[in-house]
Design a binder for this molecule. Sequence first.
Ligand SMILES: Cc1cc2nc3c(=O)[nH]c(=O)nc-3n(C[C@H](O)[C@H](O)[C@H](O)COP(=O)(O)OP(=O)(O)OC[C@H]3O[C@@H](n4cnc5c(N)ncnc54)[C@H](O)[C@@H]3O)c2cc1C
Length: 523
Amino acid sequence: MAEEKVDVLIIGSGHSGGMAAKVLTEKGISCLMLNAGPVADVHKDTEMKPAYALPFRGFKQPGQLPHVFQSNEFNANTWVDEKEVPYTYDPQHPYNWVRVRLFGGRSLFWSRQSFRLSDYEFKGKSHDGFGDDWPISLADVAQYYSRVEAIFRVRGRAEGLPQYPDGNFVVDDSPWPTSMQRFITAGKQLGVPVCKARSSMGVDGLASSVNLLLPDAFATGKLRAIPNVVVRELSVDKNTGLVNEAHFVDRLSRREMSVKARVVVLAAGTLESTRLLLNSKLANSSGVMGHYLMDQVYGPGIVCSVPEARDGKATPELIGGYALIPRFRNIDTKAKNFIRGYALNVHSNIGPMDPRNFATYGEDLQKKLDSYHGSGFGTSIMAEVLARYENHVSIDKNVTDAWSIPVLNIQTKYTDNEFNMSRDAVDTSIAMAEAAGFEVLSKNYDPNPPGYSIHELGTCRMGDNPKTSVLNKWNQSHDIKNLFVVDASSFVSAGWQNPTMTIVTLAMRASEYLAEQMRQGNV
Ligand SMILES: Cc1cc2nc3c(=O)[nH]c(=O)nc-3n(C[C@H](O)[C@H](O)[C@H](O)COP(=O)(O)OP(=O)(O)OC[C@H]3O[C@@H](n4cnc5c(N)ncnc54)[C@H](O)[C@@H]3O)c2cc1C
Protein backbone atom coordinates (compact mmCIF):
# COMPACT_ATOMS: atom_id res chain seq x y z
CA MET A 1 0.00 0.00 0.00
CA ALA A 2 3.07 2.21 0.22
CA GLU A 3 2.37 3.87 -3.13
CA GLU A 4 -1.31 4.47 -2.50
CA LYS A 5 -2.71 7.59 -0.81
CA VAL A 6 -6.17 7.30 0.67
CA ASP A 7 -8.45 10.28 1.28
CA VAL A 8 -9.35 9.48 4.88
CA LEU A 9 -7.80 6.77 6.99
CA ILE A 10 -10.05 5.71 9.88
CA ILE A 11 -8.39 3.74 12.69
CA GLY A 12 -10.96 1.68 14.63
CA SER A 13 -14.31 0.20 13.65
CA GLY A 14 -16.44 0.67 16.80
CA HIS A 15 -19.20 3.19 17.39
CA SER A 16 -16.94 6.16 16.74
CA GLY A 17 -15.11 4.80 13.66
CA GLY A 18 -18.37 3.44 12.28
CA MET A 19 -20.07 6.82 12.46
CA ALA A 20 -17.07 8.57 10.86
CA ALA A 21 -17.14 6.05 8.00
CA LYS A 22 -20.89 6.44 7.47
CA VAL A 23 -20.83 10.24 7.36
CA LEU A 24 -17.70 10.62 5.24
CA THR A 25 -18.54 7.97 2.65
CA GLU A 26 -22.10 9.26 2.30
CA LYS A 27 -20.54 12.63 1.42
CA GLY A 28 -18.61 10.88 -1.35
CA ILE A 29 -15.25 10.68 0.43
CA SER A 30 -13.17 7.50 0.04
CA CYS A 31 -12.13 5.92 3.33
CA LEU A 32 -9.89 3.10 4.42
CA MET A 33 -10.60 1.57 7.83
CA LEU A 34 -7.96 -0.36 9.74
CA ASN A 35 -8.95 -2.48 12.73
CA ALA A 36 -6.76 -4.40 15.15
CA GLY A 37 -8.93 -7.49 15.47
CA PRO A 38 -10.84 -10.00 13.35
CA VAL A 39 -14.35 -9.89 11.96
CA ALA A 40 -16.78 -11.74 14.24
CA ASP A 41 -19.71 -13.76 13.03
CA VAL A 42 -22.26 -12.26 15.40
CA HIS A 43 -24.64 -15.22 15.14
CA LYS A 44 -22.22 -18.17 15.01
CA ASP A 45 -19.84 -16.76 17.63
CA THR A 46 -22.61 -16.12 20.15
CA GLU A 47 -23.85 -19.72 20.17
CA MET A 48 -23.27 -20.94 23.73
CA LYS A 49 -21.71 -24.27 24.60
CA PRO A 50 -23.21 -26.00 27.63
CA ALA A 51 -21.24 -25.42 30.85
CA TYR A 52 -20.35 -29.13 31.12
CA ALA A 53 -18.53 -28.93 27.76
CA LEU A 54 -16.12 -26.29 29.07
CA PRO A 55 -12.98 -27.22 31.02
CA PHE A 56 -13.79 -24.75 33.81
CA ARG A 57 -17.57 -25.30 33.70
CA GLY A 58 -18.36 -21.73 32.64
CA PHE A 59 -16.09 -20.03 35.13
CA LYS A 60 -12.88 -18.96 33.49
CA GLN A 61 -9.39 -20.31 33.68
CA PRO A 62 -7.87 -18.94 36.91
CA GLY A 63 -5.62 -15.97 36.17
CA GLN A 64 -7.17 -15.30 32.76
CA LEU A 65 -8.35 -11.71 32.23
CA PRO A 66 -7.81 -10.70 35.88
CA HIS A 67 -9.05 -7.15 35.24
CA VAL A 68 -12.14 -8.00 33.25
CA PHE A 69 -14.66 -8.78 35.97
CA GLN A 70 -17.28 -9.07 33.19
CA SER A 71 -15.49 -12.07 31.65
CA ASN A 72 -16.32 -15.74 32.06
CA GLU A 73 -15.54 -18.90 30.14
CA PHE A 74 -18.38 -18.34 27.69
CA ASN A 75 -17.16 -14.94 26.52
CA ALA A 76 -13.40 -15.20 27.24
CA ASN A 77 -12.36 -14.87 23.58
CA THR A 78 -14.24 -11.60 23.26
CA TRP A 79 -11.88 -9.50 25.32
CA VAL A 80 -8.35 -8.35 24.58
CA ASP A 81 -5.89 -10.89 25.97
CA GLU A 82 -4.07 -9.07 28.76
CA LYS A 83 -0.91 -11.10 28.09
CA GLU A 84 -0.91 -10.15 24.41
CA VAL A 85 -1.59 -6.45 25.06
CA PRO A 86 -0.59 -5.71 28.65
CA TYR A 87 -0.63 -2.39 30.49
CA THR A 88 1.00 -1.35 33.73
CA TYR A 89 -0.16 0.53 36.84
CA ASP A 90 0.71 1.11 40.48
CA PRO A 91 -0.27 -2.17 42.21
CA GLN A 92 -1.84 -0.10 45.01
CA HIS A 93 -4.19 1.48 42.48
CA PRO A 94 -5.25 -1.06 39.84
CA TYR A 95 -7.14 -0.10 36.71
CA ASN A 96 -9.62 -2.43 34.99
CA TRP A 97 -9.13 -1.76 31.30
CA VAL A 98 -11.86 -3.67 29.45
CA ARG A 99 -11.12 -3.87 25.74
CA VAL A 100 -12.55 -5.52 22.62
CA ARG A 101 -10.63 -5.64 19.33
CA LEU A 102 -13.14 -7.48 17.19
CA PHE A 103 -14.36 -5.64 14.10
CA GLY A 104 -17.09 -3.41 15.55
CA GLY A 105 -15.28 -3.05 18.87
CA ARG A 106 -17.33 -2.72 22.01
CA SER A 107 -20.43 -1.80 20.01
CA LEU A 108 -21.00 -5.56 19.67
CA PHE A 109 -21.48 -5.96 23.42
CA TRP A 110 -22.63 -2.72 25.02
CA SER A 111 -25.70 -2.71 27.27
CA ARG A 112 -27.25 0.11 25.18
CA GLN A 113 -28.13 2.60 27.92
CA SER A 114 -28.42 5.82 25.94
CA PHE A 115 -28.33 9.31 27.42
CA ARG A 116 -27.56 12.87 26.40
CA LEU A 117 -25.20 14.99 28.44
CA SER A 118 -26.82 18.14 29.82
CA ASP A 119 -25.37 21.59 30.36
CA TYR A 120 -24.70 20.52 33.97
CA GLU A 121 -21.92 18.47 32.31
CA PHE A 122 -20.99 20.63 29.30
CA LYS A 123 -20.86 23.74 31.49
CA GLY A 124 -19.98 22.13 34.83
CA LYS A 125 -17.37 24.72 35.75
CA SER A 126 -19.82 27.57 35.23
CA HIS A 127 -22.20 25.76 37.59
CA ASP A 128 -19.87 24.84 40.44
CA GLY A 129 -16.42 26.24 39.69
CA PHE A 130 -14.60 22.90 39.33
CA GLY A 131 -12.55 21.86 36.28
CA ASP A 132 -13.27 23.27 32.85
CA ASP A 133 -16.31 23.87 30.70
CA TRP A 134 -16.48 22.07 27.37
CA PRO A 135 -16.13 24.41 24.38
CA ILE A 136 -19.63 23.31 23.32
CA SER A 137 -23.05 23.31 24.94
CA LEU A 138 -26.10 21.09 24.59
CA ALA A 139 -27.57 23.54 22.06
CA ASP A 140 -24.53 22.97 19.79
CA VAL A 141 -25.06 19.22 19.66
CA ALA A 142 -28.81 18.73 20.21
CA GLN A 143 -29.67 18.27 16.52
CA TYR A 144 -26.88 15.68 16.15
CA TYR A 145 -28.13 13.79 19.21
CA SER A 146 -31.59 13.73 17.60
CA ARG A 147 -30.24 12.19 14.42
CA VAL A 148 -28.18 9.63 16.32
CA GLU A 149 -31.17 8.69 18.49
CA ALA A 150 -33.16 8.02 15.32
CA ILE A 151 -30.46 5.70 13.95
CA PHE A 152 -30.10 3.82 17.25
CA ARG A 153 -33.87 3.85 17.96
CA VAL A 154 -33.57 5.11 21.52
CA ARG A 155 -36.56 4.16 23.65
CA GLY A 156 -37.48 6.61 26.37
CA ARG A 157 -39.95 9.16 27.60
CA ALA A 158 -39.83 12.95 27.85
CA GLU A 159 -39.37 13.86 31.51
CA GLY A 160 -38.88 17.63 31.30
CA LEU A 161 -35.82 17.65 33.55
CA PRO A 162 -32.91 19.88 32.51
CA GLN A 163 -30.36 17.43 33.95
CA TYR A 164 -31.91 14.56 31.92
CA PRO A 165 -32.44 16.20 28.52
CA ASP A 166 -35.28 14.83 26.45
CA GLY A 167 -34.63 13.59 22.93
CA ASN A 168 -35.94 11.97 19.79
CA PHE A 169 -37.37 8.83 21.37
CA VAL A 170 -39.41 5.81 20.45
CA VAL A 171 -41.94 6.62 23.15
CA ASP A 172 -41.98 4.34 26.18
CA ASP A 173 -45.40 4.73 27.79
CA SER A 174 -45.42 1.31 29.43
CA PRO A 175 -47.14 1.26 32.82
CA TRP A 176 -45.08 0.92 36.00
CA PRO A 177 -45.48 -2.20 38.15
CA THR A 178 -46.84 -1.30 41.60
CA SER A 179 -43.52 -1.97 43.38
CA MET A 180 -41.92 0.68 41.14
CA GLN A 181 -44.87 3.01 41.81
CA ARG A 182 -44.19 2.69 45.52
CA PHE A 183 -40.51 3.48 44.95
CA ILE A 184 -41.47 6.52 42.82
CA THR A 185 -43.77 7.78 45.58
CA ALA A 186 -40.99 7.30 48.15
CA GLY A 187 -38.67 9.28 45.85
CA LYS A 188 -41.13 12.16 45.59
CA GLN A 189 -41.17 12.50 49.37
CA LEU A 190 -37.36 12.73 49.36
CA GLY A 191 -37.06 14.97 46.28
CA VAL A 192 -35.59 12.18 44.13
CA PRO A 193 -36.98 11.82 40.57
CA VAL A 194 -37.52 8.28 39.29
CA CYS A 195 -37.80 8.26 35.50
CA LYS A 196 -38.10 5.86 32.61
CA ALA A 197 -34.74 4.39 31.61
CA ARG A 198 -33.49 5.09 28.08
CA SER A 199 -31.79 2.59 25.82
CA SER A 200 -31.04 1.91 22.17
CA MET A 201 -33.27 -0.74 20.68
CA GLY A 202 -31.18 -0.97 17.50
CA VAL A 203 -32.29 -3.85 15.31
CA ASP A 204 -32.88 -7.29 16.80
CA GLY A 205 -31.26 -6.11 20.01
CA LEU A 206 -28.00 -5.17 18.29
CA ALA A 207 -27.10 -1.48 18.16
CA SER A 208 -23.57 -1.75 16.83
CA SER A 209 -21.48 -0.15 14.17
CA VAL A 210 -21.60 -3.40 12.18
CA ASN A 211 -25.39 -3.37 11.77
CA LEU A 212 -26.40 0.32 12.09
CA LEU A 213 -23.49 2.32 10.65
CA LEU A 214 -21.04 0.35 8.52
CA PRO A 215 -23.59 -1.23 6.13
CA ASP A 216 -24.50 2.30 4.93
CA ALA A 217 -20.83 3.12 4.47
CA PHE A 218 -20.10 -0.07 2.51
CA ALA A 219 -23.20 0.52 0.39
CA THR A 220 -21.65 3.72 -0.99
CA GLY A 221 -18.77 1.72 -2.47
CA LYS A 222 -16.41 4.26 -0.85
CA LEU A 223 -15.26 2.20 2.17
CA ARG A 224 -12.56 -0.44 2.29
CA ALA A 225 -11.81 -2.12 5.59
CA ILE A 226 -8.86 -4.24 6.67
CA PRO A 227 -9.24 -6.31 9.85
CA ASN A 228 -6.39 -7.85 11.86
CA VAL A 229 -3.94 -4.98 11.46
CA VAL A 230 -2.55 -3.08 14.43
CA VAL A 231 -1.49 0.51 13.83
CA ARG A 232 1.74 1.18 15.67
CA GLU A 233 2.62 4.75 14.66
CA LEU A 234 1.57 7.80 12.66
CA SER A 235 4.15 9.99 10.98
CA VAL A 236 4.11 13.57 9.69
CA ASP A 237 5.42 15.27 6.59
CA LYS A 238 8.36 17.29 7.88
CA ASN A 239 7.70 20.10 5.40
CA THR A 240 4.02 20.65 6.11
CA GLY A 241 3.73 19.31 9.67
CA LEU A 242 0.67 17.37 8.53
CA VAL A 243 0.10 13.72 9.38
CA ASN A 244 0.68 11.74 6.19
CA GLU A 245 1.27 8.06 6.93
CA ALA A 246 0.24 5.22 9.22
CA HIS A 247 2.51 2.28 9.97
CA PHE A 248 0.83 -0.98 10.89
CA VAL A 249 1.49 -4.65 11.41
CA ASP A 250 -0.56 -7.68 10.38
CA ARG A 251 -1.41 -9.21 13.75
CA LEU A 252 -1.16 -12.78 12.45
CA SER A 253 1.68 -12.76 9.89
CA ARG A 254 3.50 -9.86 11.60
CA ARG A 255 4.21 -8.32 8.22
CA GLU A 256 4.92 -4.59 8.52
CA MET A 257 3.02 -2.23 6.20
CA SER A 258 2.21 1.44 5.80
CA VAL A 259 -0.32 3.62 4.02
CA LYS A 260 -0.32 7.28 3.11
CA ALA A 261 -3.40 9.39 3.84
CA ARG A 262 -4.67 12.91 3.24
CA VAL A 263 -6.53 12.89 6.59
CA VAL A 264 -6.38 10.58 9.62
CA VAL A 265 -9.44 9.99 11.85
CA LEU A 266 -8.52 8.23 15.08
CA ALA A 267 -11.31 6.13 16.59
CA ALA A 268 -9.38 3.43 18.39
CA GLY A 269 -11.25 3.84 21.70
CA THR A 270 -10.10 6.46 24.21
CA LEU A 271 -6.92 4.96 25.58
CA GLU A 272 -5.73 3.23 22.39
CA SER A 273 -6.01 6.49 20.44
CA THR A 274 -4.00 8.27 23.12
CA ARG A 275 -1.45 5.45 23.23
CA LEU A 276 -0.97 5.68 19.45
CA LEU A 277 -0.48 9.46 19.58
CA LEU A 278 1.91 9.26 22.53
CA ASN A 279 3.93 6.53 20.78
CA SER A 280 3.99 8.71 17.64
CA LYS A 281 5.03 11.79 19.67
CA LEU A 282 2.40 13.89 17.89
CA ALA A 283 -0.22 16.55 18.60
CA ASN A 284 0.89 17.25 22.16
CA SER A 285 2.28 20.78 22.16
CA SER A 286 -0.04 21.47 25.13
CA GLY A 287 1.50 18.67 27.20
CA VAL A 288 -1.96 17.67 28.47
CA MET A 289 -2.31 14.56 26.32
CA GLY A 290 -2.77 11.53 28.57
CA HIS A 291 -4.04 13.67 31.46
CA TYR A 292 -7.55 14.03 32.92
CA LEU A 293 -8.41 10.34 32.61
CA MET A 294 -11.96 9.77 33.88
CA ASP A 295 -14.57 7.08 34.01
CA GLN A 296 -17.64 6.51 36.19
CA VAL A 297 -18.01 4.91 39.61
CA TYR A 298 -19.78 1.54 39.44
CA GLY A 299 -20.43 -1.01 42.19
CA PRO A 300 -22.23 0.68 45.09
CA GLY A 301 -25.92 -0.07 45.45
CA ILE A 302 -28.46 -2.13 47.37
CA VAL A 303 -30.40 -5.37 46.98
CA CYS A 304 -33.87 -5.65 48.53
CA SER A 305 -36.93 -7.82 48.46
CA VAL A 306 -40.53 -6.77 47.89
CA PRO A 307 -42.37 -8.73 50.65
CA GLU A 308 -45.66 -9.02 48.76
CA ALA A 309 -43.88 -10.78 45.86
CA ARG A 310 -42.46 -13.63 47.97
CA ASP A 311 -43.60 -17.24 48.12
CA GLY A 312 -44.64 -17.41 44.50
CA LYS A 313 -46.83 -14.29 44.60
CA ALA A 314 -44.81 -12.21 42.10
CA THR A 315 -46.93 -10.98 39.19
CA PRO A 316 -46.03 -8.68 36.27
CA GLU A 317 -48.38 -6.04 37.76
CA LEU A 318 -46.33 -6.08 40.98
CA ILE A 319 -42.73 -6.52 39.92
CA GLY A 320 -40.31 -6.30 36.99
CA GLY A 321 -38.68 -3.71 34.76
CA TYR A 322 -36.24 -0.86 35.04
CA ALA A 323 -36.15 2.81 35.99
CA LEU A 324 -33.51 5.48 36.18
CA ILE A 325 -32.84 8.10 38.83
CA PRO A 326 -30.96 10.85 37.00
CA ARG A 327 -28.59 13.13 38.87
CA PHE A 328 -30.53 15.15 41.45
CA ARG A 329 -27.80 16.32 43.84
CA ASN A 330 -26.12 19.72 43.28
CA ILE A 331 -28.73 20.91 40.81
CA ASP A 332 -30.68 23.47 42.85
CA THR A 333 -29.15 22.66 46.23
CA LYS A 334 -25.63 21.86 47.42
CA ALA A 335 -24.58 18.46 48.85
CA LYS A 336 -22.46 18.81 51.96
CA ASN A 337 -19.43 16.67 51.06
CA PHE A 338 -19.27 16.26 47.30
CA ILE A 339 -19.70 18.17 44.05
CA ARG A 340 -21.41 16.94 40.85
CA GLY A 341 -23.67 13.91 41.12
CA TYR A 342 -24.67 10.36 40.42
CA ALA A 343 -27.50 8.46 38.79
CA LEU A 344 -28.98 5.17 39.93
CA ASN A 345 -30.14 2.29 37.82
CA VAL A 346 -33.23 0.81 39.45
CA HIS A 347 -34.08 -2.79 38.65
CA SER A 348 -36.74 -5.16 39.74
CA ASN A 349 -35.84 -8.83 39.44
CA ILE A 350 -38.30 -11.60 38.72
CA GLY A 351 -35.61 -14.31 38.83
CA PRO A 352 -33.69 -16.12 41.56
CA MET A 353 -31.96 -14.22 44.38
CA ASP A 354 -28.19 -14.34 44.82
CA PRO A 355 -27.41 -16.59 47.84
CA ARG A 356 -24.85 -14.02 49.01
CA ASN A 357 -27.72 -11.81 50.15
CA PHE A 358 -28.56 -14.21 52.98
CA ALA A 359 -26.39 -14.75 56.06
CA THR A 360 -27.30 -18.41 56.40
CA TYR A 361 -26.56 -21.78 54.82
CA GLY A 362 -27.85 -25.29 54.20
CA GLU A 363 -31.55 -26.03 54.50
CA ASP A 364 -32.36 -22.58 55.86
CA LEU A 365 -30.62 -20.93 52.87
CA GLN A 366 -32.60 -23.07 50.43
CA LYS A 367 -35.85 -22.10 52.16
CA LYS A 368 -34.94 -18.43 51.90
CA LEU A 369 -33.98 -18.75 48.23
CA ASP A 370 -37.29 -20.48 47.46
CA SER A 371 -39.33 -17.95 49.40
CA TYR A 372 -37.58 -14.80 48.06
CA HIS A 373 -37.44 -16.02 44.44
CA GLY A 374 -38.92 -13.36 42.11
CA SER A 375 -39.13 -10.62 44.76
CA GLY A 376 -35.84 -8.81 44.02
CA PHE A 377 -35.46 -5.04 43.73
CA GLY A 378 -32.23 -3.07 43.63
CA THR A 379 -30.27 0.03 42.75
CA SER A 380 -26.77 0.50 41.35
CA ILE A 381 -24.80 3.70 41.00
CA MET A 382 -23.37 5.47 37.96
CA ALA A 383 -21.40 8.39 39.37
CA GLU A 384 -19.32 11.16 37.87
CA VAL A 385 -15.55 10.89 38.36
CA LEU A 386 -13.93 14.32 38.49
CA ALA A 387 -11.46 15.37 35.80
CA ARG A 388 -8.13 15.62 37.60
CA TYR A 389 -4.78 16.36 35.90
CA GLU A 390 -2.99 13.78 38.07
CA ASN A 391 -5.13 10.89 36.77
CA HIS A 392 -3.15 10.12 33.65
CA VAL A 393 -1.64 7.64 31.22
CA SER A 394 1.85 7.64 29.76
CA ILE A 395 4.01 5.27 27.72
CA ASP A 396 5.76 2.58 29.73
CA LYS A 397 9.11 2.33 27.94
CA ASN A 398 9.95 -0.98 29.60
CA VAL A 399 6.99 -3.05 28.43
CA THR A 400 5.80 -3.83 24.91
CA ASP A 401 2.87 -5.81 23.50
CA ALA A 402 2.97 -8.85 21.23
CA TRP A 403 3.97 -6.64 18.27
CA SER A 404 6.69 -4.73 20.16
CA ILE A 405 4.51 -1.65 20.60
CA PRO A 406 5.17 0.16 23.92
CA VAL A 407 2.22 -0.14 26.29
CA LEU A 408 0.40 2.31 28.54
CA ASN A 409 1.09 2.97 32.19
CA ILE A 410 -2.17 4.04 33.88
CA GLN A 411 -2.12 6.12 37.06
CA THR A 412 -5.51 6.89 38.47
CA LYS A 413 -7.46 6.70 41.70
CA TYR A 414 -10.75 7.84 43.16
CA THR A 415 -10.88 10.57 45.77
CA ASP A 416 -13.20 11.51 48.64
CA ASN A 417 -15.58 13.12 46.15
CA GLU A 418 -16.28 9.75 44.53
CA PHE A 419 -16.39 7.87 47.87
CA ASN A 420 -18.75 10.40 49.49
CA MET A 421 -21.04 10.29 46.48
CA SER A 422 -21.16 6.50 46.71
CA ARG A 423 -22.14 6.66 50.38
CA ASP A 424 -24.88 9.19 49.64
CA ALA A 425 -26.23 7.02 46.80
CA VAL A 426 -26.47 3.92 48.98
CA ASP A 427 -28.00 5.76 51.96
CA THR A 428 -30.55 7.45 49.70
CA SER A 429 -31.42 4.09 48.10
CA ILE A 430 -31.96 2.55 51.53
CA ALA A 431 -34.17 5.44 52.65
CA MET A 432 -36.31 5.12 49.50
CA ALA A 433 -36.55 1.33 49.70
CA GLU A 434 -37.58 1.40 53.34
CA ALA A 435 -40.16 4.12 52.68
CA ALA A 436 -41.54 1.90 49.89
CA GLY A 437 -41.90 -1.01 52.33
CA PHE A 438 -39.10 -3.19 50.92
CA GLU A 439 -36.71 -5.31 52.99
CA VAL A 440 -33.09 -4.26 52.40
CA LEU A 441 -31.01 -7.43 52.19
CA SER A 442 -27.55 -6.08 51.35
CA LYS A 443 -25.74 -2.83 50.63
CA ASN A 444 -22.37 -2.10 49.07
CA TYR A 445 -20.57 1.20 49.56
CA ASP A 446 -17.31 0.16 47.83
CA PRO A 447 -16.65 1.22 44.23
CA ASN A 448 -15.13 -1.26 41.83
CA PRO A 449 -11.64 -0.26 40.64
CA PRO A 450 -11.43 2.62 38.14
CA GLY A 451 -12.07 1.41 34.60
CA TYR A 452 -14.68 -1.17 35.61
CA SER A 453 -17.53 0.90 34.10
CA ILE A 454 -15.91 0.40 30.62
CA HIS A 455 -16.35 4.15 30.12
CA GLU A 456 -12.81 5.46 29.88
CA LEU A 457 -12.98 9.16 29.01
CA GLY A 458 -10.62 12.09 28.48
CA THR A 459 -6.81 12.13 27.85
CA CYS A 460 -7.13 14.15 24.58
CA ARG A 461 -9.56 16.75 25.90
CA MET A 462 -11.18 19.36 23.68
CA GLY A 463 -11.02 23.09 24.40
CA ASP A 464 -10.67 26.51 22.83
CA ASN A 465 -7.16 27.08 24.20
CA PRO A 466 -4.40 25.08 22.41
CA LYS A 467 -2.21 25.50 25.49
CA THR A 468 -4.61 23.55 27.73
CA SER A 469 -6.32 21.14 25.34
CA VAL A 470 -5.39 18.68 22.59
CA LEU A 471 -8.42 19.04 20.30
CA ASN A 472 -10.61 21.93 19.26
CA LYS A 473 -14.39 21.86 19.50
CA TRP A 474 -14.58 19.90 16.24
CA ASN A 475 -12.43 17.00 17.59
CA GLN A 476 -9.61 18.30 15.38
CA SER A 477 -6.03 18.44 16.65
CA HIS A 478 -4.95 22.00 17.49
CA ASP A 479 -1.45 21.12 16.26
CA ILE A 480 -2.19 19.06 13.14
CA LYS A 481 -5.22 20.15 11.18
CA ASN A 482 -5.63 16.90 9.19
CA LEU A 483 -5.81 14.79 12.38
CA PHE A 484 -9.18 14.16 14.10
CA VAL A 485 -9.83 12.07 17.24
CA VAL A 486 -13.49 11.08 17.45
CA ASP A 487 -13.73 8.72 20.43
CA ALA A 488 -14.29 9.61 24.09
CA SER A 489 -10.73 10.81 24.60
CA SER A 490 -12.09 14.27 23.71
CA PHE A 491 -14.32 14.42 26.83
CA VAL A 492 -13.73 17.33 29.22
CA SER A 493 -15.90 16.03 32.04
CA ALA A 494 -17.39 12.60 32.61
CA GLY A 495 -20.93 13.21 33.83
CA TRP A 496 -22.89 10.29 35.19
CA GLN A 497 -24.25 9.38 31.76
CA ASN A 498 -23.08 6.32 29.85
CA PRO A 499 -21.07 8.02 27.11
CA THR A 500 -21.82 6.27 23.85
CA MET A 501 -24.63 8.52 22.60
CA THR A 502 -22.29 11.47 23.11
CA ILE A 503 -19.35 9.68 21.44
CA VAL A 504 -21.40 8.89 18.33
CA THR A 505 -22.96 12.35 18.29
CA LEU A 506 -19.57 14.07 18.42
CA ALA A 507 -18.19 11.66 15.80
CA MET A 508 -21.08 12.60 13.49
CA ARG A 509 -20.57 16.32 14.09
CA ALA A 510 -16.79 16.14 13.64
CA SER A 511 -17.08 14.08 10.46
CA GLU A 512 -19.56 16.49 8.88
CA TYR A 513 -17.23 19.36 9.74
CA LEU A 514 -14.28 17.45 8.28
CA ALA A 515 -16.17 16.70 5.05
CA GLU A 516 -16.97 20.39 4.65
CA GLN A 517 -13.36 21.41 5.36
CA MET A 518 -12.17 18.90 2.73
CA ARG A 519 -14.70 20.25 0.23
CA GLN A 520 -13.44 23.78 0.81
CA GLY A 521 -9.83 22.61 0.48
CA ASN A 522 -8.91 23.64 4.02
CA VAL A 523 -7.87 20.13 5.00
C1 LIG B 1 -20.26 -4.98 28.26
C2 LIG B 1 -20.31 -3.51 27.90
C3 LIG B 1 -21.43 -2.77 28.26
C4 LIG B 1 -21.50 -1.41 27.92
N1 LIG B 1 -22.65 -0.73 28.16
C5 LIG B 1 -22.78 0.56 27.75
C6 LIG B 1 -24.03 1.24 27.88
O1 LIG B 1 -25.02 0.70 28.35
N2 LIG B 1 -24.09 2.53 27.45
C7 LIG B 1 -23.02 3.18 26.93
O2 LIG B 1 -23.13 4.36 26.60
N3 LIG B 1 -21.83 2.54 26.78
C8 LIG B 1 -21.69 1.25 27.16
N4 LIG B 1 -20.50 0.59 26.98
C9 LIG B 1 -19.36 1.33 26.42
C10 LIG B 1 -19.44 1.44 24.90
O3 LIG B 1 -19.41 0.17 24.35
C11 LIG B 1 -18.28 2.30 24.41
O4 LIG B 1 -18.38 3.58 24.98
C12 LIG B 1 -18.25 2.50 22.90
O5 LIG B 1 -18.60 1.33 22.22
C13 LIG B 1 -16.86 2.98 22.49
O6 LIG B 1 -16.77 3.05 21.09
P1 LIG B 1 -15.40 3.42 20.39
O7 LIG B 1 -15.62 3.36 18.93
O8 LIG B 1 -14.91 4.73 20.92
O9 LIG B 1 -14.32 2.35 20.88
P2 LIG B 1 -14.23 0.76 20.70
O10 LIG B 1 -15.54 0.14 20.65
O11 LIG B 1 -13.27 0.30 21.75
O12 LIG B 1 -13.57 0.53 19.26
C14 LIG B 1 -12.23 0.78 19.03
C15 LIG B 1 -11.75 -0.09 17.88
O13 LIG B 1 -10.43 0.33 17.58
C16 LIG B 1 -9.63 -0.78 17.28
N5 LIG B 1 -8.24 -0.47 17.62
C17 LIG B 1 -7.73 -0.19 18.84
N6 LIG B 1 -6.40 0.05 18.75
C18 LIG B 1 -6.07 -0.10 17.44
C19 LIG B 1 -4.86 0.00 16.72
N7 LIG B 1 -3.70 0.32 17.32
N8 LIG B 1 -4.87 -0.23 15.39
C20 LIG B 1 -6.05 -0.55 14.76
N9 LIG B 1 -7.22 -0.65 15.40
C21 LIG B 1 -7.23 -0.42 16.72
C22 LIG B 1 -10.19 -1.92 18.10
O14 LIG B 1 -9.95 -3.12 17.42
C23 LIG B 1 -11.67 -1.57 18.25
O15 LIG B 1 -12.46 -2.33 17.37
C24 LIG B 1 -20.40 -0.77 27.28
C25 LIG B 1 -19.27 -1.54 26.92
C26 LIG B 1 -19.25 -2.90 27.21
C27 LIG B 1 -18.05 -3.71 26.75
